[in-house]
Design a protein around this ligand. Structure first.
Ligand code: NAD
Length: 288
């Protein structure tokens, strides 16, 4: 692979930025990767493991001369970071983000992006329940989707270049309207995370089953289903506070369906349960 951007700046050095650093290095996609994270402990760890070519003590320093700036911080921290780096962005540079919510990030970040700098929001549909600078790995994006939410005004050349980088890291990319992205992700990611967190909370509040029993006898259902409840609390707090409408819409539908199943169980309506599980199993089996 050839270099797509001479200089890339990663702001926030957690799972996603760390995986980007590894992937760009593995595929030779960037001439130089500069990094910044707010916590000095994270910066020290990143230096120790040589996560980037240079780690800076300020975001302003990290973005200097960068051709691509990636905002990889929790969704609610995006605006403050954008404001801090705005005066130091190189004309003609591209700023992208990897936030799990798009509409609110665009509203919060967009106004800070100076004239002559391209802003192309994005979201890699890839992750694990781990976080921090040690959690990244080069193959995280392999064969995963990376959605971009450009608008009619987005520069086609800047978009094509970002797409090249994304494909270079092994991901597939498609464009999507930001509001639609937030609804799709509410179904496929946000509400499932909320339900997983809730299931762990239910187990925690049971007085007749002890915590050690839950851990010791954790059967496939609980173990598989709640893996994502080990995810970073700050990241997920921000997702729910910023994707409120779509989350509440999908959560309302989920609750309605759950009540119907609850009723079927109470009424001994095996036919309803069997039909429902048959239909949903067929859908689930279609997901690789
Ligand atoms: P992470 O917790 O692993 O890393 C976040 C990093 O941001 C940390 O290094 C932290 O020090 C830094 N940070 C926090 N606030 C900051 C600030 N104000 N200024 C500078 N740095 C700051 O998180 P992550 O999983 O890499 O998530 C980053 C972004 O990617 C989030 O917006 C999240 O919604 C999105 N995302 C996460 C996943 C996932 O599954 N983890 C998947 C796709 C997208």
């Amino acid at each position: 692979m050839s270099v797509v951007y001479e200089r890339v700046a990663l702001i926030g050095l957690g799972l996603i930025a760390g995986s980007m650093a590894h992937a760009m290095r593995a595929h030779g996609l960037a001439g130089h990767v500069a990094g910044y994270a707010r916590s000095s402990e994270t910066r020290e760890t990143a230096r120790r493991i040589h996560l980037c070519d240079s780690i800076h003590d300020s975001a302003a320093e990290a973005v200097k001369d960068a051709d691509l700036v990636v905002l990889a911080v929790p969704v609610r921290a995006m605006a403050e970071v954008a404001e801090a780096i705005a005066p130091y962005l190189k004309p003609g540079a591209t700023v992208t983000d990897v936030g799990s919510v798009k509409r609110s990030v665009i509203e919060a970040v967009g106004p800070h992006i100076p004239e002559g700098v391209h802003f192309i929001p994005g979201h890699p549909l890839a992750g694990t329940e781990h976080s921090g600078p040690l959690s990244g790995f080069a193959s995280l994006f392999q064969n995963r989707w990376w959605l971009l939410t450009p608008t009619e005004g987005t520069d086609p050349a800047a978009l094509a270049r970002l797409q090249d980088l994304i494909r270079g890291m092994g991901a597939n990319t498609e464009d999507m309207e930001a509001g639609h992205h937030d609804l799709v992700l509410a179904v496929t990611s946000h509400v499932p995370h909320l339900i997983a967190y809730t299931m762990v909370g239910v187990a925690d509040h049971l007085r007749r089953v002890t915590e050690s029993e839950v851990i010791k006898y954790s059967a496939a259902g609980f173990r598989d289903f709640t893996r994502i409840a080990a995810s970073d609390p700050t990241m997920w707090r921000d997702v729910f506070l910023e994707n409120t409408d779509a989350t509440l819409d999908i959560l309302g539908r989920f609750t309605e369906e759950l009540f119907v199943l609850q009723r079927a169980i109470r009424m001994g309506d095996g036919q309803h349960l069997h039909d429902y599980f048959t239909r949903t199993r067929a859908i689930r089996r279609g997901i690789i």
